[in-house]
Design a protein around this ligand. Structure first.
Ligand code: THU
Length: 161
C-alpha cells in the first residue's frame, strides 16, 4: 500500500449577506447587479462577479457569450481581466460570484469553473494577495480564503523555472 495524502479545505458558510461585513455585503450586491447585465442568450445562465481590489476599487464583470459557443467568457474572468487591464498594480482581496436563471438567483452557491480558478490563481501569485471568494446562493453563501482551496495540486509558474 502506498502513502495516502489527504487534502482538507475550510469552507465558511453564512446564511445571508447580513451575516458578513459591510464591505462583503457591498461586493455581493455588486455581483448580483452584474449578473442582471450578463449577455447569456444561449445558456440563459446569467453570472455576475465583483472584485474588491487592494486599492479599494470595485470592478464587476458578467458572462459574455457568443454564437460560436467556445468564444464566450465567464463572469469571473471578464471581471478579473478588466481589473488587471485598468488597475495593473492592484491585487484582488475579495471576489463575489452569483448566478441567476429565469430572473431568479440560484438557491445554492455557484462555483467558479476550472479555467477561472486557474486564471484567479495567477492573480494570487502575481500580487501575492490571497483572494477571499464569496459564492452566493439564496440559501447560503460559501466562502474560501484562497483560490488554492478551490484548486489544490495546481500548476503555476514555479514549474517553468
Ligand atoms: N459561467 C460563468 O460565467 N461563471 C461560472 O462560474 C460558471 C459558468 C458561464 C459560462 C457560460 O456563459 C454560462 O455560465 C454557462 O456555462
Amino acid at each position: 500500500m502506498g502513502l495516502n495524502v489527504e487534502i482538507r479545505i475550510n469552507i465558511e458558510e453564512a446564511a445571508r449577506p447580513e451575516d458578513l461585513s459591510a464591505k462583503e455585503q457591498q461586493v455581493i450586491s455588486a455581483a448580483k447587479n452584474a449578473a442582471a447585465r450578463a449577455y447569456a442568450p444561449y445558456s440563459k445562465f446569467h453570472v455576475g462577479a465583483a472584485l474588491l481590489l487592494t486599492s479599494g476599487e470595485l470592478v464587476t464583470g458578467n458572462n459574455q457569450e457568443n454564437a460560436a459557443y467556445p468564444d464566450g467568457l465567464c463572469a469571473e474572468r471578464v471581471a478579473m481581466f478588466a481589473a488587471n487591464a485598468n488597475h495593473p498594480d492592484s491585487g484582488i482581496q475579495l471576489l463575489a460570484v452569483t448566478a441567476m436563471m429565469n430572473d431568479e438567483f440560484l438557491e445554492e452557491p455557484v462555483y467558479p469553473c476550472g479555467s477561472c480558478r486557474q486564471s484567479l490563481l495567477e492573480s494570487e501569485n502575481r500580487f501575492q494577495q490571497p483572494i477571499r471568494i464569496l459564492m452566493y446562493g439564496k440559501n447560503r453563501i460559501q466562502i474560501v480564503n484562497s483560490v488554492k482551496d478551490l484548486l489544490p495540486l495546481s500548476f503555476d509558474a514555479s514549474f517553468l523555472k
